[in-house]
Design a protein around this ligand. Sequence first.
Ligand SMILES: *[C@@H]1O[C@H](CO)[C@@H](O)[C@H](O)[C@H]1NC(C)=O
Ligand SMILES: *[C@@H]1O[C@H](CO)[C@@H](O)[C@H](O)[C@H]1NC(C)=O
Length: 578
Amino acid sequence: MAADRRLPRIVFIAILLIVVVGLLQPFRSSSRYHAPATARPPIPFVPSSFDWTTVSQHHPSNFIHTLPPDSPKKLGRVQHHFADYQHDAATEARRDAVRAAFTKSWDSYKKHAWLRDELAPVSGGGKTTFGGLAATLVDALDTLWIMDLKDDFYLAATAATALDFANTTETSFNLFETTIRHLGGLLGAYDLSGEPALLQKARELGDMLYMAFDTPNRLPGFWLNFADARAGGQLAGTNDPSACPSSLSLEFTRLSQLTADPKYYDAVSRVTDFLERTQNATTLPGMWPKLLNFRDEQAGSGTDYTLGALADSLYEYLPKMGILLGGGAPRYEAMHRAAMAVVVDHLLVRPMLPDEDKHNRDVLFSGDAVVRPGTVERVPEGQHLSCFTGGMFALGGRVFDIPKHVEIGERLARGCAWAYDAFPTGLMPEIFGIVACESIDGPCPWDEERWKAEGGAGLKKGFANARDPRYILRPEAIESIFLLYRMTGKEELRDIAWRMFEAVMKGTETPLGNSAIADVTVTGETEKLDSMESFWLAETLKYFYLVFSPPGVISLDEYVLNTEAHPFRRPEGAGRNP
Ligand SMILES: *[C@@H]1O[C@H](CO)[C@@H](O)[C@H](O)[C@H]1NC(C)=O
Ligand SMILES: *[C@@H]1O[C@H](CO)[C@@H](O)[C@H](O)[C@H]1NC(C)=O
């Protein structure tokens, strides 16, 4: 009898074990950064008070795009082979310093601005800057996870999955910002934690943002206006920043991958169709002007080209879409290659430098181009925003096997780092002029008179001006240094990163956290502007933390990061090359 009674218990325990191991398997095989078995109950999902799927589309889609099937084509490996990597105490101390900076700002947000979009880092209190939907909280979720601040992660994720997207006094949302920060933040947090409520919330938000595509040609406008969306009165813009409709693709594609509903991917693929059709029909074939006519789907006669403000993430997302979809979507690689060829020919600039700075002679910046009758004028102006290009060139160079682009990427990343060092605060201005060489590779003798004539006297040699001298806690420079470190394994890039981090802390720290500053060219105390955008916790501190982490933490062969640094898991089989 005793044996008989024990047997069912053994069977029961065995079954229980199999179930538990089976449940854990997806997490274990996918990543060690996924949730371990914890005693925590699942995060609850609280639906919004309005369900946008109940509003029918006035211009329904005929669903012509479905996710491409897996391709046998492998993309190139992204990360350096860190075979003998040792995580030393000095690096760990640096990482701790970054985590402490994060915790300080985050704790102030919790105390003074909980559920608000932003903390006011000088005056205290909160700000509404992105529709009043707790932008900083949602944006910071995956950083909390990565920094292993799990109690706060669960606290914040529980608040995020209870957000009521319909409880707002706003009449419209900024489609681009809400997509990259909120939708990206929820998806990144889900991809790391595996908490189903985060995906449910992402889908609910995705269903709301999907309404923006309900226009006659199914290309979205800049704003998602709620009244227009219900009434069916939306139109695409005739003069919209090219980045806005063109860099929703990564978030919407990841949402389709995770929900197996192709409608989100279908929506953004139509924007890609338009870009593909017009790429070689613009006034600078290969690139798209800063402003585009999405309503009439015309390449237009725009003459201004940049990788900076208004256009930036359009370009950033081309190689990243290639990565997220794997080799099955070759058009993204083709568009990336065609665009970057033009960037190399017309936008990259190299500063003219004196002999004493000759070890920086190879650095590059991404400038602008203006098309004039019969000529393309190179505008030697750098922006903090365009510092992401170092990482973009190198990443595309790795996955699509273009070694020259990895080299260019490193030169661009070092350009921004050099510009940090060039100012008394150790920080780069928001926008600045460069005294440019004739070409990015030829000889370039120093010409003191020319530098003075272009207005540079008083600045470091090589600069012409600091047209917008603010530093607003932006991430793009450390983003590229981080990416290049992971791709090349050069330890010295971490020393650059540390110098940048110390300068950021020295120039921007306040009693509550960190603040945008008015002028990086001052020698004394900096003027604080009482602004801490959500990207400080979502991006800037995440990249600083990752550069001092072991290379397996958010490996770029497992994840692709959206333009707000939210990590999306690259599907197995989608060209991954681990
Ligand atoms: C709606 O928002 C207000 C202010 O942001 C908040 O106080 C209130 O609790 C919210 N109501 C619901 C149902 O979420
Ligand atoms: C645009 O031109 C480039 C360079 O000639 C070419 O490689 C690319 O395929 C063209 N793109 C399209 C969509 O026709």
